[in-house]
Design a protein around this ligand. Structure first.
Ligand code: SF4
Length: 87
């Protein structure tokens, strides 16, 4: 039986495809996988700037927005929220 990728799974594989060609600056940064309570406001500002400059931000945001990962710092959860707060 053919397995069809849908929703978050499809976006996850699209992000993985792009990760084959790009090494994002978050890769060795433990803040992106830390518990949310461990990240300071200054960390969030710095991480948002890193994500905004990342060539993967569109695919990463699309995946995170659909998957709603329960842990870690994702632009889909955080960048959009910070943009709304700044507006
Ligand atoms: S946009 Fe995604 S892949 Fe790029 S630095 Fe941010 S968390 Fe990492």
């Amino acid at each position: 039986m053919l397995h069809m990728k849908t929703g978050a799974e499809q976006h996850y594989f699209a992000l993985l495809d792009q990760l084959e060609n790009v090494t994002p600056d978050c890769l060795d940064d433990d803040r992106y996988v830390a518990d949310r309570g461990q990240i300071t406001a200054d960390d969030k500002t710095e991480m948002a700037a890193i994500c905004e400059a990342c060539p993967l931000v569109k695919a990463c945001t699309t995946y995170a927005s659909s998957a709603q990962p329960p842990a870690g710092w994702w632009p889909g959860h955080n960048l959009i929220k910070r943009r709304k707060e700044a507006a």
